[in-house]
Design a protein around this ligand. Structure first.
Ligand SMILES: [Ca+2]
Length: 265
């Protein structure tokens, strides 16, 4: 992708905290989410990028996220998204982001790679080799949107992630839905046996948080804690029911529009 093409789909990065509710809801990590310069959502920016060299664009998003995280003095983990097709890519795979982090001076062991499997991995052997290198350099591998993509169970065997991110479709209304709680309980049991951490995505209410805590899930992400904010590390504000979050949003609204769409790279 030429510099000209990258400028044509110009973008920035919003950050949303992933909190540890067992640790006073302190940030465990921040997920980096691509946004347009005027606050456009990820889907619009990525749709434009897909008409060009998507892997190069995807890689440049991760590099920009690392640069910003370093500039913002991020002290927790940084979670960046990578499509399954890019894992193992010779020029734009996981290693390219690790090398960029090393050049920028951002600790590689603070990186989490969220692999989303909306399409099949192109070369599984190569992908597994790259994931192995990644882990040897201290980074963590997360499997994204679990419950919404394809080959979910196979991924636990092939990718062997450190973290499973549970899609919000399994989380929404979990406090009132015995089926969702039963599925989450079974996932939690399997992950405990395989030493895989769970992050629940899309928490919007105190009741959803409480139901997940009762099932033993402590790492959570969602509007209940904080919305993503462009080029800013919002502090989680559970129980604020909006005011704390809105104060942070107003602090930057003169420069950027608060990112309000569904998280996802
Ligand atoms: Ca993600």
């Amino acid at each position: 992708m030429s510099d000209k093409n990258i400028r044509e789909c110009d973008f920035t990065i919003a950050f949303q905290p992933i909190v540890d509710v067992a640790s006073e809801s302190r940030p465990f990590a921040y997920e980096a989410l691509v946004r347009g310069l005027n606050g456009e959502g990820a889907s619009k920016i990525l749709a434009e990028a897909r008409t060009k060299d998507f892997q190069a664009f995807d890689s440049s998003c991760r590099k920009r996220a690392v640069e910003l995280a370093q500039r913002l003095k991020l002290s927790s983990h940084l979670s960046v998204n990578i499509s399954s097709e890019a894992v193992g890519h010779a020029s734009h795979g996981l290693i390219s982001t690790l090398d960029a982090a090393r050049t920028i001076g951002f600790p590689e062991e603070k990186l989490i790679f969220e692999i989303s499997e909306h399409r099949a991995i192109n070369d599984l052997c190569r992908a597994k080799d790259e994931i192995s290198v990644c882990k040897s350099r201290g980074s963590l591998i997360a499997y994204d949107d679990f419950g919404a993509g394809y080959n979910c169970i196979a991924a636990l065997l092939e990718i062997r992630p450190d973290i499973l991110k549970i899609d919000m479709s399994l989380i929404r209304g979990i406090d009132t839905d015995i089926r969702r709680r039963s599925i989450m309980s079974a996932i939690h049991d399997v992950c405990s046996r395989l030493h895989i951490a769970i992050i629940a995505e899309g928490i919007e209410t105190r009741q959803e948080m409480d139901a997940l805590r009762a099932l033993g899930v402590n790492l959570m992400q969602g509007y209940y804690f904080a919305r993503p904010i462009i080029e800013h590390l919002p502090m989680p504000a559970p129980d604020a029911d909006g005011p704390g979050i809105e104060r942070e949003a107003r602090a930057v609204e003169n420069k950027y529009q608060t990112a309000r769409d569904v998280p996802g790279c």
